[in-house]
Write a protein that binds this ligand. Structure first.
Ligand code: MG
Length: 378
């Protein structure tokens, strides 16, 4: 049994893992969560993250984050936090790299559109879809469907879930029914996600010109760090000033999160992963920084995610997803052979899986292939 060094008593370990759905001999040279991380990196869904986006559509510019670079940033932030707290870095990394695997093309607009399409057929939730990807849709192993990941990795991937779905999921859904926490590693990955996207959306938002420095000066978290940078480096170019400000914001959030979580873990006196599950959420920001972080989120929602240019793009994206879904549902014979539903009653879910797996550019190409008369070459 492989055990990483310097793990705290409350960290997830191979020895305490609830294991895999299909029993497998353990690897001789790697830990179980390390193996999960490796399986995720080798999956097709992971490679497709390169051409999926969160806010901007993939073709809009090479400098914007994609879901792949976002996931790498989450893993970096998550591992840094985990190491200081004595948590299992491999597990944090595995959850971080897999957390967005179930996202549709075109970010949240795509997900909302697909959820609306699926409303009479069980709905569509991206967290649940990420789990579905690693449990079922990846087909690369001889012995099982999916990647056969450890329970703790799967549980971390399923960040949120409706109670109705939780009831159907068995062990991995139980914590939502009993209002229990996942591992500290899952809690870290969740907040690392938040730190990563808030900060890179500031950076991408400024680069795109959709938000301005003047607007961001209304946001305390940004303004306080910008003031520091301007004071120390008054001659610095604007681009470098922005990078230096974002870098400092990430650092402040990470340092605060570590200190606050360390104190919460100590106060709770948890000495085993099972005690973590029964405790309240222990990983978090101090109240002061949580408030500042929320203010930043609200700013981004109002000024970036609802910017008219983003709304135009997301409306168009939603139309692509909806029209693809409707066309496939009306005529399942349009689906490529390997995506044909068997039996036909499975068609809505099979179509949702197919569309969710598309990259932004693939969805646009598929849309053109189906709806453009000039495009006779299919
Ligand atoms: Mg994310």
């Amino acid at each position: 049994m492989f055990t990483p060094f310097n793990l705290a008593a409350y960290a997830a370990t191979d020895a305490q893992s609830r294991g895999r759905r299909h029993a497998e001999p353990s690897a001789t040279t790697r830990g179980e969560f390390q193996r999960d991380r490796d399986r995720i990196i080798h999956s097709g869904a992971f490679r497709r993250l390169e051409y999926k986006t969160q806010v901007f559509v993939n073709h809009e510019g090479d400098l914007f984050r994609t879901r792949l670079t976002h996931s790498l940033e989450v893993a970096q932030i998550g591992r840094s936090i985990a190491r200081v707290l004595g948590l299992n870095e491999d597990l944090v990394e595995a959850i971080s790299l897999a957390h967005d695997l179930g996202h549709t093309p075109f970010g949240h607009a795509g997900q909302d559109a697909l959820n609306a399409c699926m409303k009479d057929y069980g709905g569509f939730e991206h967290n649940l879809q990420s789990l579905r990807v690693v449990d079922k849709l990846e087909q690369r192993y001889a012995e099982f469907d999916g990647l056969n990941l450890c329970f703790e990795t799967r549980e971390g991937i399923l960040k949120h879930c409706s109670l109705e779905n939780a009831r159907q999921l068995g062990d991995v859904g139980e914590r939502f029914l009993h209002k229990r926490q996942p591992t500290l590693e899952a809690q870290v990955a969740n907040l690392a996600d938040e730190i990563a996207y808030n900060n890179h959306d500031v950076d991408d938002g400024l680069r795109s010109g959709l938000i301005t420095l003047t607007q961001l000066e209304q946001v305390e978290l940004f303004a306080s760090h910008l003031a520091q940078v301007r004071e120390h480096y008054p001659q610095l170019s604007e681009r470098r000033t922005i990078h230096e400000t974002v870098r400092r914001m990430i650092n402040t959030l990470v340092v605060d999160l570590i200190a606050h979580s360390q104190a919460a873990i100590r106060a709770a006196g948890v000495a085993h992963p099972d005690e973590v599950r029964a405790a309240p959420q222990l990983i978090g920001f101090s109240p002061a920084l949580a408030a500042q972080n929320n203010a930043l989120k609200q700013f981004l929602r109002k000024h970036l995610y609802k910017h008219y240019r983003v709304v135009r793009m997301t409306t168009k994206a939603a139309r692509v997803v909806t029209e693809l879904f409707d066309a496939f549902l009306a005529t399942p014979a349009l689906l490529p052979e390997e995506h044909q539903p068997h039996p036909q009653s499975d068609a809505p879910r099979v179509i949702a899986d197919y569309i969710a797996g598309m990259t932004d550019r693939y969805a646009m190409r598929e849309y053109r292939r189906l709806f453009t008369i000039e495009d006779v070459l299919i």
